[in-house]
Design a protein. Structure first.
Length: 133
């Protein structure tokens, strides 16, 4: 029994040392972004989970005056990542949201670009990394 417990303890210590050497890759890191256009506000959050998994959450809020907004197409992207959607109506809070999980090593860019088309209109603006996250 004591040898079994000792082997488990040795395994845990080895795991912790390995992850320490690999820059704490087992710990989550969160990167928050925000951008604002004339009619839209976008907030985005990336959470890295372990070594090569991530979660991305995006909230898109309409601040304009149109009623019955139909989003034809939206796209959020940088040089290493992109997501989008379309054919959507806003919820009761004039928002769209999306959450997705993936399996790649996320490398944060300080800026993303957001493009949206709705009701015959189009808008493009930058979404920047919060410096004080």
């Amino acid at each position: 029994y004591k040898i079994f417990a000792l082997l488990i303890l040795l395994g845990v210590i080895t795991f912790l040392i390995y992850n320490y050497i690999n820059n704490y890759r087992f710990a989550s890191e969160v990167y928050s972004f925000r951008g604002e256009g004339q009619n839209w506000v976008v907030t985005s959050k990336y959470t890295s989970i372990h070594q090569d998994n991530y979660r991305h959450e995006i909230k898109i809020e309409y601040t304009g005056d149109d009623k019955n907004v139909l989003v034809d197409h939206w796209y959020f992207h940088s040089s290493l990542f992109g997501t989008g959607g379309g054919g959507e109506t806003l919820d009761d809070n004039n928002q769209l949201s999306k959450r997705e999980d993936g399996t790649f090593m996320f490398t944060p860019n300080k800026m993303h670009t957001f493009e949206i088309e709705w009701n015959g209109n189009k808008e493009t603006f930058d979404v920047n990394l919060f410096e004080d996250y």
